[in-house]
Design a protein. Structure first.
Lengths: 587, 294
């Protein structure tokens, strides 16, 4: 891939150089300058996982530093070096709040930078009476004066190649690994001894230096530095380049820069030669002004991973196919998982009525390729309490989530069949499954932090009587009726979540970790409430548990899951302690 | 008491503060329901102003008809962009969704350029501009009073609906935890659409009001629309009360800056304050803690 990219790069360079068309060379030069800026942005976004919409601000810093240094008569290379330093310093200042802030706040901080730099440059222009901007003189490096056309183009090709080589070298070594670790999981990274503060800041500073360099190059290219260039829309174009190119893909980002830079010219040229296009010719200027907005929307809808991601996906799926592993092709990042209907296995179920829930050959594959659930069969019958036991990471919660449709909107592939009340529900969303009567009490985030206890119950249209019933069942809730969910204790949250679930009149109740993080006394009380509810209503229950004692006490039938597979199953009273120990659970 | 220029500045501040608060409340409701930071609000404002202009000036409709149709149109536009675009981006990285609002904003601006062209349109004086009341010497004309009243009614209604109705309860539930709400049979996409519609409604009201005070000037209105970020960061992005206070603060800053330093300093000072706020108290004056930190 990389070799192919370089060959393409070299061939394009040679072709443009040989053709020597002023127009093509001009657009190519602009593309390279923008690509350098976009690569700088990708450093922060694609490698270190931070976001920025401040490219225009950083480029303006670079351009003005270059212009001011050039007016002092300094040589161009030194001016550009100063531009880098200036960008790095501003990057440090803007990066500081970034260290403590989430994503979108960081984006807003960089947005603020755009406005502040822009206003300062307007003031600078007014103060120095350069209202039309600073004019520049074409740079002279050694014996060459660089102007539009071949000379500047070749210089830019060299700079771009340097940026690519140096940045790729950096990404492959320790710094790249540190940034990747922070991007993937900051907490884990800091546990591994990677100082997130230092590395995030270093990415921010480095990226700002590169972006400012591109600003300096642009100043020498257009020979004018004006505050009118560096607007918010200009900043957004670079975000668009990175996104349509594919975050974290060097080649993709360069192609993204090419698309965004060249498409207005292409569109103008195309429409000019169309025979009946008076509407188009009058409006092409307007369309071009917003073209990158339209392009990015199309990409987000139809190719969310960008060009780089698309190629990567294609490559992975080709490789997988060659290896004969068609089952685990990488799914798209956005959108529902594909619906490949599959007939239920022809296995004869044990005597008795139809089960309420029957999962057949259920598989859950994460985007990383990790198989969380590896083809399990599971049944819950009428009036039955079934427990699914297993260690951390055995696939319990993934199983439960796939049953209730959690994964439908996520980049997780669920295959197999889930029959509930005689219907296939595997590709249904949580709203749809819960409307059918499949009610789930999740493991974490089981209450709304800002709704009061009473509001929780009103949410699910509980009547006054059923609210009273819940309060009688869980007396602590009565005392906290007007407290927001966020202030409840762990036990109270579980009580409230169960109460809400009972009020929803489920036809199957799924409970994820009833006992997690609770004291033994509290677990007993909750287990008693579940048993009582089950005996009163006959509603079948599927429990997921780590706490074997609590689960065996409640459940009629038990499955033990390990490594995503059912390792053992049987009526709970036949699940002897020895069997549990043998199944690596009892320890 | 507040005579001459001071009185005028105070009146102007109150009106602008109301409008920023209105847009801010729309922003907060959308942010809380969907997590989306909407860059298209300024463009919604511009579109509201254009629709109003077209109906009132070009189609010779009455003031009320034009206003209501403009508000309804942009409200529907909000719901439609959710259905066409943001529903399909559920599950994508939030920054990607924010970039989508930028793309949306650019696309809508392009559509507006094609339909209305780049010229600034001036609305005729719809209401006589003489002062009608002067509490404490602060002069208000009819448009000022109408603007403030409309803003108060809209925000008051929204707050009441959120606090008191089942609809509001479900919206707050979605804002707290989308997944849990879905598990409890709340139709999440419907409420996301509703939040987008409210964001459109609030923007359109502010857009029409600004156009009536100044002109249908896309550049000016959308740059005022961008001041929403300082508003919500100062107030706290997930706090409706914060949006009200933040709106007033930004209006005060804008008027004082205009008075003493000149209009070109409004953006840098407002955004400088945003940056300072991010450094010192990133959750804003009234925002909740959990929303900010890494």
């Amino acid at each position: 891939m990389v070799v192919f990219g370089w060959v393409l790069f070299a061939a394009t360079t040679v072709w443009l150089f040989a053709e020597n068309s002023t127009f093509h060379l001009y657009v190519a030069g602009l593309t390279i300058i923008y690509a350098i800026s976009a690569l700088g942005l990708d450093w922060v976004q694609g490698r270190a996982g931070q976001v920025s919409i401040g490219s225009a601000g950083f480029m303006a810093v670079g351009a003005y530093v270059t212009a001011l240094s050039a007016r002092q008569g300094l040589p161009p290379l030194l001016c550009l070096a100063f531009a880098c330093i200036g960008g790095a310093v501003v990057g440090l200042i803007v990066g500081l709040p970034a260290l403590r802030l989430r994503h979108l706040y960081l984006a807003l901080a960089t947005l603020a930078l755009n406005f502040i730099v822009n206003a300062s440059s307007v003031e600078l222009e007014t103060a120095t009476k350069q209202n039309a901007g600073f004019t520049m003189v074409a740079p002279t490096v050694g014996p060459w004066t660089l102007t539009y056309g071949r000379s500047y183009f070749i210089a830019l090709v060299v700079v771009l190649a340097l940026v690519i080589v140096l940045s790729r070298r950096l990404y492959r070594r320790a710094p790249g690994r540190a940034w990747l670790a922070i991007k993937e999981n900051q907490m884990a990274a800091s546990v591994m001894g990677i100082n997130p503060t230092r590395w995030k800041l270093s990415a921010f500073i480095g990226s700002s230096a590169v972006i400012s360099l591109s600003g300096g190059l642009l100043a020498y290219y257009t020979l004018v530095v004006s505050s009118e260039t560096y607007t918010l829309s200009f900043a957004i174009t670079f975000v668009v380049m990175v996104i349509i190119g594919g975050v974290g893909s060097t080649g993709g980002v360069i192609v993204g820069a090419l698309i965004v830079t060249a498409s207005p010219y292409v569109l103008s040229a195309l429409t000019a030669s169309l025979p009946f296009s008076s509407w188009m010719t009058t409006n092409v200027y307007y369309i071009n002004s917003g073209l990158y907005g339209i392009v990015v929307l199309l990409f987000l809808l139809y190719q969310p991973l960008g060009i780089g991601g698309g190629i990567e996906n294609l490559r992975t799926s080709v490789i997988r196919r060659l290896e004969g592993r068609t089952a685990a092709t990488a799914p798209a990042a956005v959108g529902p998982v594909s619906v490949t209907e599959r007939a239920p296995a022809a296995e004869v179920s044990p005597p008795g009525e139809e089960p309420v829930l029957r999962a057949r050959d259920l598989r859950v594959v994460y985007r990383s390729g990790a198989v969380a659930v590896d083809g399990i069969d599971l049944e819950v019958r009428q009036r039955q309490v079934v427990a699914l036991l297993g260690r951390n990471g055995a696939g319990k919660t993934s199983t439960l989530r796939s049953l209730s449709g959690f994964f439908v909107s996520e980049a997780v592939r669920v295959t197999g069949s889930v029959q509930f009340g005689g219907r296939e529900i595997r590709s249904m969303s949580p709203v749809a499954t819960s409307k059918l009567g499949l009610v789930m009490v999740p493991e974490r985030e089981k209450v709304f932090p800002n709704l009061t206890v009473i509001e929780h119950l009103r949410m699910v249209r509980a009547t006054k009587d059923s609210i009273d019933e819940v309060m009688d069942l869980f007396p602590p809730l009565r005392l906290r009726a007007t407290s927001p969910g966020g202030l409840l204790s762990g036990g109270e949250r579980q009580m409230l979540a169960l109460g809400v679930a009972f009020c929803m009149r489920p036809s199957l109740l799924l409970i994820d970790e009833l006992s997690l993080g609770l004291a033994p006394g509290a677990i007993e009380r909750l287990a008693a409430a579940v048993r009582d509810y089950h005996e009163r209503t006959g509603v079948p229950v599927l429990l997921v548990e780590q706490n074997i004692g609590a689960a065996l006490e409640l459940a009629d039938y038990t499955y033990i899951i390990e490594g995503g597979k059912i390792e053992r199953k049987g009526p709970s009273d036949e699940m002897s302690r020895e069997a549990l120990i043998a199944s690596s659970l009892g320890a | 008491m507040f005579d001459g220029i001071v009185g005028h500045v105070i009146a102007e501040t109150l009106v602008l503060g109301t409008l920023y608060a209105v847009v801010g409340v729309g922003f907060v409701i959308l942010f809380r329901s969907t997590g989306i930071v909407n860059f298209a609000q300024g463009t919604f404002m511009v579109l509201g102003a254009y629709v109003f202009y077209t109906l009132y000036v070009e189609a010779h409709q009455g003031f009320l008809v034009s206003l209501v149709v403009a508000l309804v149109a942009i409200t529907l536009l909000g719901a439609v962009v959710n259905t066409l675009l943001f529903r399909r981006l559920i599950g994508a990285d939030l920054f990607i969704v924010v970039v989508a609002t930028m793309g949306l904003s650019l696309t809508l601006q392009t559509v507006a350029l094609i339909i209305w062209g780049p010229d600034v349109r001036v609305l005729p004086h719809i209401l006589p501009s003489e002062t009608v009341v002067q509490p404490l010497g602060i002069p208000f004309n009819r448009l000022d009073l109408l603007t403030i009243a409309a803003g108060v009614v809209l925000v008051g209604t929204l707050i009441l609906v959120l606090r008191r109705s089942r609809l509001g309860l479900a919206m707050r539930a979605v804002a707290d935890s989308t997944l849990l709400a879905a598990l409890q049979r709340v139709n999440v996409p419907f409420y996301s659409g509703l939040a987008w519609a409210i964001s459109g409604l609030c923007s359109a009201l502010a857009g029409v009001a600004l156009a009536m005070r100044t002109a249908v000037d896309p550049t000016n209105i959308s740059s005022l629309g961008l001041l929403i970020f300082p508003v919500v960061i100062i107030g706290g992005v997930d706090s409706i009360g914060g949006a009200l206070v933040g709106g007033l603060i930004v209006a005060v800053i804008q008027e004082l800056t205009n008075l003493y330093l000149g209009g070109s300093w409004v953006n840098p000072i407002a955004y400088g304050l945003l940056l300072l706020m991010l450094l010192v108290k990133p959750r804003g004056l009234f925002g909740s803690q959990e929303i900010v930190r890494v």
